[in-house]
Design a protein around this ligand. Structure first.
Ligand code: ADP
Ligand code: ADP
Length: 210
């Protein structure tokens, strides 16, 4: 099943082209990774796919009523308000989704009663992943899920994402900085920089598209 198809997408901010002629497709059960240097347009492309940034040209097609679980790059946590992991997730939960199940799936069931301010960077990324899963997504969109996680933790996190894909059968679109780290966890890589877009199997795409 085709979840998203982008054909020759451009996103323009005033005179500046943030995304230039990018085409990609994401199928059910497929992990697609966007890779490229800072400012290459990765987040803008993701926001365009989410409907949060306007497309200036090209065609974006989505499966009707596509449910998306989005893990944004940055999260502001109000440090003055003590809230447990459980409560934090309850605030984001819809359709009575099971928070305990989501926490178990991301491997942090033991943290449910802990204040969210007291957990580590790697654990927080798993909480955010759990929050995205609570949307019962057909498509998971992850903006640098491994950010702020140590190198061992990054490998584990990408393995976890693959495991979640296997278990939920969802499609995944994620942004990463490191092709080597995501290699084992991705089916397809879209490599962006300001001028070029290339795509292919992870072993055939270089970190430097130019
Ligand atoms: P990446 O995620 O690959 O680092 P971004 O998508 O964040 O890249 O940014 C791509 C380009 O678009 C950058 O040059 C950035 O400055 C610009 N840009 C991003 N968002 C906006 C915005 N809201 N208004 C104007 N320019 C923006
Ligand atoms: P605002 O900027 O108005 O506060 P948000 O950035 O919170 O809006 O959300 C923008 C859109 O993204 C909304 O349509 C919202 O439903 C959706 N959204 C926000 N968080 C998630 C998430 N975790 N998973 C899926 N969709 C989300």
């Amino acid at each position: 099943t085709l979840l998203v198809e982008a054909q020759h997408i451009c996103v323009q901010y005033n005179d500046h082209t943030a995304v230039n002629d990018v085409s990609l497709s994401i199928n059910k059960g497929e992990i697609v990774t966007l890779i490229g240097p800072n400012g290459a347009g990765k987040t803008t492309l993701v926001r365009a796919i989410l409907g949060l940034a306007p497309i200036s040209s090209g065609l974006l097609t989505k499966k009707p009523a596509l449910s998306i679980g989005y893990m944004p790059q940055k999260l502001q946590i109000d440090s003055t308000l003590p809230v447990t992991v459980n409560r934090f997730l309850a605030l984001a939960s819809r359709h009575g989704s099971n928070i305990e199940d989501a926490l178990a799936l991301v491997g942090i069931a033991h943290l449910s009663k802990k204040p969210i301010q007291a957990i580590s960077g790697g654990e927080l990324q798993r909480v955010l992943l759990a929050r995205a899963i609570l949307r019962q997504p057909e498509l998971l969109v992850l903006d640098e899920p491994a950010q702020g996680v140590d190198i061992t933790g990054q490998t584990e996190l990408y393995a976890l994402i693959k495991q979640i894909r296997d278990q939920l059968g969802c499609g995944v679109l994620m942004i990463s900085h490191d092709l080597h780290l995501v290699m084992a966890a991705t089916d397809n890589v879209i490599c962006l920089n300001q001028h070029v877009c290339c795509s292919g199997h992870p072993e055939t795409v270089s970190n430097d598209p130019a």
